[in-house]
Design a protein around this ligand. Structure first.
Ligand code: NAP
Ligand code: G4F
Length: 325
């Protein structure tokens, strides 16, 4: 049985990736943070009592800021594949907490890579790189597009990208950067814009709320469906050679358009319910991200299936379902 280690297993992508790997016969090990409240809601349906035999999911406490723990975990688990998904992943928050974001999202990557090198385990490594690294460089963006990050988060991800590249080139590690454009789902964190809008549309339609406060409606994003993107991550680690790949839909949608898709779905006029709040603006914005995933299609046979309007509908439907309507 192949063993995979996932950092960030409690996040949106970690939960879908765990389902995928278990379905492929892996034993999945995940690192979770100690928290005073439960943070395993997205993977609770996969939880197994540790006393069971044939465990397919094993959880370990750990943190990206704790290098000695990362070493002992790599030594103990000796994974065949490592999916490094953990990060302080919120761009707006990274302006408030730039040092913490650099420590976890940036240096946390080095701690993990160094743990793998020090233990000397033969493993394949996936780095969760981001389209946010392209920042101010205009679209379309692909694997050869120069980076111009516009946030502490983007800068930390650029550092992580180059560290993964360096461990590939300097130490021969099978290290892959997946440069993923925005991908969403009903499991998305509630403060990311798609989930915030889908949730608001459903709640306003149900009479629970009246309005939603948003920031920049003009930003353009390339929104795909997270469940499809974790399949791309897995394919990257099954390739013959380690290289970097963009995953994206190749489509452009503004925040305004996404809002309209969600509100249309519940039969409401979005303009009557959306209010502006400058709190949600960023000191420097990424105006437009539109990816070109041709390399992933040619080399991995991966292609996004769910387009933004369909995504908005499925997310809004999930919110209505959770409200019982
Ligand atoms: P997410 O839902 O925010 O999940 C982040 C995960 O990282 C959570 O499991 C979180 O644990 C964990 N984490 C945060 N700080 C940690 C620390 N100090 N030590 C250990 N674990 C820590 O993110 P996602 O959307 O699934 O994204 C997965 C990865 O892909 C992230 O690296 C993100 O930056 C990157 N990415 C995401 C997108 C996207 O559109 N979703 C696009 C490109 C790249 P808790 O549950 O305890 O908070
Ligand atoms: O949903 P967002 O917060 O995602 P953002 O900043 O694009 O970052 C996400 O995608 C990256 C990939 O490119 C990931 F690496 C990163 O981890 C994260 O998953 O914001 C999307 C857009 C922005 O332009 C923002 O200014 O929506 C705009 N926006 C407008 N009103 C808002 C809001 N964003 C948020 N979060 N909340 C608002 O009220």
């Amino acid at each position: 049985m192949k063993r995979a280690l996932i950092t960030g297993i409690t996040g949106q992508d970690g939960s879908y990736l765990t389902e995928l790997l278990i379905s492929k016969g892996y034993q999945v090990h995940g690192i979770i943070r100690r928290s005073s409240t439960f943070n395993t809601g997205r993977i609770d349906h996969l939880y197994q009592d540790p006393h069971e035999t044939d465990q397919r999911l094993v959880l370990h406490y750990g943190d990206l800021t704790d290098s000695s723990r990362l070493v002992t975990l790599i030594e103990k688990i000796r994974p065949d594949e490592v999916y490094h998904l953990a990060a302080q992943s919120h761009v707006r928050v990274s302006f408030d907490e730039p040092e913490y974001t650099g420590n976890t999202t940036g240096v946390g990557t080095t701690r993990l890579l160094e743990a793998i090198r020090m233990v000397g385990v033969d493993t394949r490594y996936y780095q969760a790189s981001s389209s946010e690294m392209f920042g101010a460089t205009p679209p379309p963006q692909d694997e050869d597009t120069p980076f111009y990050p516009r946030s502490p988060y983007g800068a930390a991800k650029v550092y992580g990208y180059w560290m993964a590249r360096n461990y590939r080139e300097a130490h021969g590690l099978f290290a892959v950067n997946g440069i993923l454009f925005n991908h969403e789902s009903p499991r998305r964190g509630e403060t990311f814009v798609t989930r915030k809008i889908a949730r608001a549309a459903a709640r306003i339609a149900a009479g629970v709320e009246e309005n939603v406060y948003l920031g920049n409606l003009d930003a353009v994003r390339d929104w795909g469906y997270a469940e499809e993107y974790v399949e791309g991550m897995w394919r990257m680690l099954q390739a013959d050679q380690a290289t970097d790949y963009v995953l994206a839909t190749g489509t452009a949608t503004t925040v305004r358009e996404f809002t309209q898709y969600c509100f249309d779905r519940v039969g409401l006029d979005w303009e009557k319910h959306v209010r502006f709040d400058e709190t949600y603006l960023r000191p420097t914005e990424v105006d437009a991200l539109i990816g070109d995933a041709s390399k992933a299609q040619t080399e991995l046979g991966w292609k996004a299936q769910t387009m933004p309007e369909q995504l908005a509908h499925l997310m809004t439907d999930a919110e209505r379902h959770s409200l019982g309507i």
